[in-house]
Design a protein around this ligand. Sequence first.
Ligand code: G3H
Ligand code: 13P
Ligand code: ZN
Length: 345
Amino acid sequence: MPLVPMRQILDEAAKGGYGVGAFNVNNMEQIQAIMQAANDTNSPVIIQASRGALKYSKMIYLKKLMEAAAEEFPQIPVSMHLDHGNSLESCKEAIALGFTSVMMDGSLASDGKTPNTYEQNVDITRQVVEYAHPLGVTVEGELGCLGGIEDGHGAGLTADEVDEHLTDPAQTEDFVAKTGLDALAVAIGTSHGAYKSGRKDPKTGEMLPPTLAMDRVHEIHKRLPNCHMVMHGSSSVPKELVDIINQYGGSMPNTFGIAVDQIQDGIKHGVRKVNVDTDSRLAITGAIRKVFMESPEKFDPRDYLKPAREAAYDVYVARMNAFGQAGHAGDYTAITLEDAKSFYK
Ligand code: G3H
Ligand code: 13P
Ligand code: ZN
């Protein structure tokens, strides 16, 4: 099966009432683990690369690895998606590489940090749609800004500022109509990384779980029942994965991610794409640390990359089952970018 336009995966997910995990990758082991998990659970899947991932892998390597993934598992619908494109140029670059879907994150300026105005966001997102759709390529846009608590991703907003930058449901119809996008990323209080809450318990000083504005997802779904929403920052940061890291010499303070039942509530109300990166990073790091601590004499990278790949696989299988995509790979015949061109006409 060739790499499929993400729009088809999302349309089918809407028909079936499930969500699809969009997993970030930087290397071969993650791609292999995702595809093995998709194969074993019979799931359609979205593999995404950030601009950082493309730079790390010198672009061509990730492209070829994703193509290999589609070739190895021809029965699995898989999209190759650019995560957080920051300009028309970065989206064009990904499309030229063969990506079947791009995100134009116009919620932020091209520095990836400064919030754009609404008009700037509409303008740049529409430009990307005008470029991508005639080529059959799917476009995701974002309205509102995610929190970026600790890692420099996103606007780096404080907990209070995050509240001011949540997606305003009243703007969504206009944004979708003016841009013509295929998928809408919403800011509802999630943030990237392992530390998702800027709030601490005043008595204990312990980190508190992030509070999500799920009511906004419900409201957007009422206003735009056919709009495919995207939840970024959706790692659950499972305590057992953080514990493994800490048990084997790591140092990660107590933290919380996004509870799977909140994501499932989103999926009931129009969320079709669920972005997960951090959980895979945690699983991989814990597995590698374990080998290093338990077998300090080992020096063959396969001795720790194999358990790392297996640990990531377990995360992907769990998420594919939880989001409901499991069992749906064979529901439809995948279309090509060529087919998608006529869809947009
Ligand atoms: O957008 C955030 C993703 O987790 C990608 O992170 O830019 O470090 O590759 P990255
Ligand atoms: P996490 O950091 O929660 O995994 O989010 C990833 C993401 O949203 C990528 O765009
Ligand atoms: Zn994101």
